[in-house]
Design a protein around this ligand. Structure first.
Ligand code: ADP
Ligand code: MG
Length: 263
């Protein structure tokens, strides 16, 4: 028997009750992610990406379907995955160090031990000199580093990143992508990454799931077999451009379908 997927979504669907009736945000979505993969989910705004994440994180009960982690039903269970939103949600009254240890604190690790564990990581991952500053003193990229480290230190095997670099300028975003790949290589986590940015998704991922709206669903899964470690120049290769073109076709079709429906 093949090993169980690290994360498996089985026929997940979501219908929201609204004042005007019910709204199907998610048609049944099924996908399996093996241990240690970097997988992206890409699709137009409103196709249900954050809804999927909220369900996987146990914050939202699906209308139907199940979430399995290591083959065990984790539907509606909080705390099984690390989850980071685009808005970093760092606590303004805590220093960077004390923000980063939040997960360990929740898991009741003594404060001193938690700080001792976090300090070398802050230094190793580009936050040396920022440990004792408050988030308001940090740039957007630095805040995202802190938020991501905090998510990693929740000690879960799976992390969900919802457009973590969406608000950053282009150059910072590229730096953060390299930084994230380094962390992923070091920590060996299974990552599910939501983005609007096609190049970002291809550059980072082993596989991408392209979604469409109304109802939100996966229309195609594209494997990305580009060898690692990757260098920026892969974005100029035939292989990369072919994947990008296919992805753009799907996203344009999804976008046009949404416009037709709205008309
Ligand atoms: P995405 O993250 O892909 O932009 P979301 O998952 O946030 O999309 O939302 C998917 C759809 O579900 C959107 O049309 C959104 O308006 C709707 N939606 C999300 N949450 C709720 C809710 N609590 N009640 C009603 N509709 C919702
Ligand atoms: Mg979203």
């Amino acid at each position: 028997m093949p090993p169980a997927a690290k994360l498996r979504l089985e026929h997940l669907s979501m219908t929201f009750k609204t004042p005007t009736g019910s709204f199907q945000a998610l048609a049944p979505v099924t996908l399996s992610i093996p241990t240690g993969r970097f997988v992206s989910v890409i699709g137009p705004s409103g196709c249900g990406k954050s809804t999927i994440f909220n369900i996987v994180a146990g914050l939202l009960q699906p209308s139907d379907g199940r979430v399995f982690i290591d083959g065990i039903d984790a539907t509606g269970t909080i705390g099984r995955v690390g989850y980071m939103l685009q808005k970093d949600l760092l606590l303004p009254w805590r220093t960077v160090l004390d923000n980063v240890i939040l997960g360990m604190e929740i898991q009741r690790l003594p404060l001193r031990q938690a700080r001792e564990r976090a300090l070398p990581l802050l230094r190793r991952y580009g936050l040396a000199g920022f440990e004792h500053l408050y988030p308001s003193a940090l740039s957007g990229g630095m805040r995202q580093r802190a938020a991501l480290l905090r998510t990693l230190l929740f000690d879960t095997d799976v992390i969900l990143l919802d457009e973590p670099f969406g608000a950053l300028d282009a150059q910072t975003k590229l730096t953060m992508q390299e930084w994230l790949l380094q962390l992923w290589g070091d920590f060996g986590k299974t990552v599910v990454f939501v983005t609007h940015d096609v190049e970002e998704a291809i550059y980072l991922s082993d596989e991408m799931h392209v979604m469409a709206t109304r109802p939100g669903r996966i229309v195609e899964t594209i494997p990305i077999a580009i060898q690692r470690p990757r260098h920026r120049s892969v974005t100029l290769t035939r292989e990369f451009i072919d994947i990008k073109e296919r992805c753009m076709q799907l996203l344009t079709a999804a976008h046009n379908a949404a416009l037709d429906e709205a008309a």
